[in-house]
Design a protein around this ligand. Structure first.
Ligand SMILES: [Ca+2]
Ligand SMILES: [Ca+2]
Ligand SMILES: [Ca+2]
Length: 402
């Protein structure tokens, strides 16, 4: 029996600003905060069955992948489903799960939301209906339909829209998991030897991942998978041993608390590639680390909800030394780094400020410099700001922790 597992040979994407929280347009004039940023959006088309009538001018199914990027003039970068059309997409560098509030955004563009029925699945076969968009809501809360610990990689949407027009049916710009994990996959260099569940000598990739997991200070789910060679039972045991080995490393060598890590043996289920080729089987022998959003940190240090003196509530998240925050009311946001224990330096971004800059941040020209000084106990902060690249010397900005 060929019983080794290699960990997916994918380079770890660097822990960049694309993986920290920011807001995105909801297609209807508001903005929605995604705690894990760009990776939250759908990555692959599984299938597309265009409706009837189909769009006169179609842009193809791939336009529904990735971050929101539709343009109104000229209309482009969205997928018209056609009347009754069906689209299935997959998340590969993240999963969807239930967090507090809405979890899944089906970003449909146009003057009013054309409804779709939405379904989610762990394996692309068994589907759970999670309601429909429409009536002013394009974000769905999956809480009533799933267990808290379930993770989902597939989303299916079925158009319930109108028969007429140039683009019949719903026009989908993007599909994103607000309730999104951040997934890490290990390089083959840290894979296991054939038939063994002991980690190889070179653990540099795993050390890197461990560092990021530690920074995020979140709960981690380690999933072990195999190819389909050998009995289902032995593959299940093998995938368990490999997942456990990764967990032991995180606990013993990286100092991550054992209670923060769960392991799951999934054997030969959920293949990501074709098991009939050696190349495909190698991809299917894998361990995935799913890092959930940190909820325990809420209201600790800089993290939490801040009531500002003038602009409503600002919610701040921390990702290692990086900071992202957003206003609950107007879609304004902040982005930056902690330069010492109590100082954040970065930028603010919003839509309606008095001055427009030449350059853009997140596709928006209204931005400026920002410095925030937090007090010793993180109960208050004083902010200074400027427009565009100006020095942050305007000082009428303060907040108290809620
Ligand atoms: Ca993604
Ligand atoms: Ca939810
Ligand atoms: Ca798009």
């Amino acid at each position: 029996m060929k019983s080794f597992i290699t960990i997916i040979a994918v380079l770890i994407t660097s822990f960049s600003y694309s993986q920290i929280g920011r807001t995105y347009p909801d297609g209807h004039g508001k903005r929605v905060f995604f705690p894990y940023g760009d990776i939250s959006f759908a990555d692959e088309i599984v299938s597309f069955r265009v409706g009837n009538p189909e769009p006169i001018e179609g842009f193809g199914s791939k336009e529904a992948l990735g971050v929101p990027d539709s343009e109104v003039k000229p209309y482009k970068n969205f997928t018209s489903l056609g009347y009754g059309g069906q689209l299935i997409v997959k998340f590969t560098d993240n999963v969807l799960y239930d967090i507090a509030g809405p979890d899944l955004l089906i970003l449909e563009i146009g003057s009013k939301i054309e409804p779709v029925d939405a379904y989610i699945s762990k394996d692309g076969k068994d589907w759970i209906s999670v309601g429909k968009t429409g009536g002013g809501f394009s974000a769905l809360d999956i809480a009533d339909y799933v267990d808290k610990t379930d993770v989902f990689r597939y989303v299916k949407i079925v158009d319930k829209g109108k028969k007429s027009g140039r683009w019949p049916g719903a026009d989908i710009d993007a599909i994103g998991a607000i309730g999104s994990s951040m997934n890490f996959q290990l390089n083959a260099a840290v894979s296991f030897d054939t038939g063994k569940s002991t980690l190889k000598e070179d653990k540099s990739e795993l050390r890197e991942i461990a560092k990021k997991i530690k920074e995020l200070n979140s709960l981690v789910l380690i999933e072990g998978y195999t190819d389909n060679i050998g009995s289902a039972q032995s593959n299940m045991q093998l995938s368990k041993n490999r997942a456990d080995a990764v967990k032991n490393f995180l606990v013993e060598s990286a100092g991550i608390a054992s209670k923060r890590i769960e392991t799951k043996a999934l054997g030969e289920s959920n293949p990501v590639a074709d098991n009939s080729t050696e190349e495909g089987r190698e991809k299917n022998r894998r361990v995935e680390l799913i890092v959930f959003q940190n909820t325990e940190m809420e209201q600790k240090g800089v993290v939490g909800t801040w009531k500002t003196a003038k602009n409503g509530n600002l919610r701040i998240y921390k990702y290692g030394d990086k900071i992202a925050g957003w206003y609950e009311d107007d879609g304004g946001e902040i982005l930056g780094k902690m330069t010492d224990d109590h100082t954040m330096v970065g930028q603010w971004v919003e839509n309606g400020s008095a001055k427009k800059c030449d350059s853009e941040i997140y596709g928006r020209k209204n931005w400026g410099s920002l410095v925030i000084e937090f007090n010793e106990n993180f109960t208050e902060f004083q902010g200074k700001w400027g427009y565009c690249n100006e020095e942050a010397n305007k000082a009428d900005w303060s907040a108290k922790k809620k």
